[in-house]
Design a protein around this ligand. Structure first.
Ligand code: 3PY
Ligand code: MG
Length: 268
């Protein structure tokens, strides 16, 4: 459990952090991931079922469970990035950042002046950080991370420009979308050779620029590989898939009994 250590400090010092991924908008599920031992949990407001209210409640549940609070916003929803930072996100991930302009607009929403133009009002974030307002303001621009998703060929081509945006703390790779654009829409191949090669190049560039590199990993071997490539924030374990697997394997355990009782006469 990691309550009082700052996520930004861990990642900047090169410590790998594995984040669980929460798509189901029930705060207790995010809390269960935290209590299960995930050091961080990401609430997904892009493809997951979370909205602002479930994220507010989810962050409180994560604080209770002792995990770092991360959220992914929908494409281009920078106003929501500010709101999520206000209610306690320690890190905001923005999908489909394809240009310097996209990255600047995102950073503007997450960072206070002079780096960005985030508006003041972080009442819940202050209480969850166990700081005073003054302390929070002093640390907010370094402790509230802005990570830009690199998940298109266009973003890979613009990577140097994106990485040079002041206030952008790092990047986060989406290998599924990346594989889709690398193949011109032909196939989803997040774990394929070409995708892996490009992921390696992205991590090297991020490292050279002194920025944090994160990635969505599909499978434990990909976590290991990502760390070797230089990634430090790795997703592993999405609640919807974990629950699906758990339900299937629980049912499998009673398969023989289930087959036997389904042959019983009505009323059994
Ligand atoms: C991707 O792989 O494209 C993602 O966005 C992961 O969530
Ligand atoms: Mg994606």
């Amino acid at each position: 459990m990691s309550e009082n250590v700052v996520l930004a400090d861990k990642l900047r010092s090169g410590q790998p952090v594995i984040t669980g991924w929460s798509m189901l908008a029930a705060p207790i599920i995010a809390e269960l991931l935290a209590r299960g031992g995930y050091e961080a949990v990401t609430l997904d407001l892009q493809h997951g079922m979370h909205d602002f209210q479930s994220a507010c409640d989810g962050f409180s549940a994560l604080a209770l469970g002792g995990a770092h609070r991360i959220a992914r916003i929908p494409v281009g929803d920078n106003a929501l990035a500010s709101r999520l930072a206000d209610v306690g996100a320690e890190c905001v991930i923005a999908p489909m950042i394809n240009s310097r302009k996209d990255a600047e607009a995102f950073v503007g929403a997450v960072k206070y002046p002079p780096v960005g133009e985030r508006s003041w009002g972080p009442f819940r974030a202050v209480s969850l950080s166990n700081q005073s307002s003054g302390e929070y303001l002093k640390e907010a621009n370094t402790q509230t991370l802005a990570l830009a998703m690199i998940e298109t060929r266009e973003a890979v081509d613009a990577l140097d420009d994106i990485l040079s945006v002041p206030g952008l703390d790092g990047i986060f790779v989406g290998p599924s979308d990346l594989s889709l654009t690398l193949s011109n829409g032909d196939k989803l191949d997040p774990n394929g050779d070409e995708t892996t090669r490009v992921c390696g190049e992205i991590a090297s560039k991020a490292q050279a620029a002194g920025k944090i590199a994160g990635i969505f990993c599909l499978g434990a071997p990909k976590v290991e590989e990502a760390i070797a490539q230089g990634y430090r924030l790795m997703t592993h374990g999405a609640d919807i898939m974990l629950f699906d697997q758990a339900a299937r394997s629980a049912l499998k355990e009673v398969e023989a009994i289930s087959a036997r009782i389904s042959g019983q006469p009505a009323g059994y």
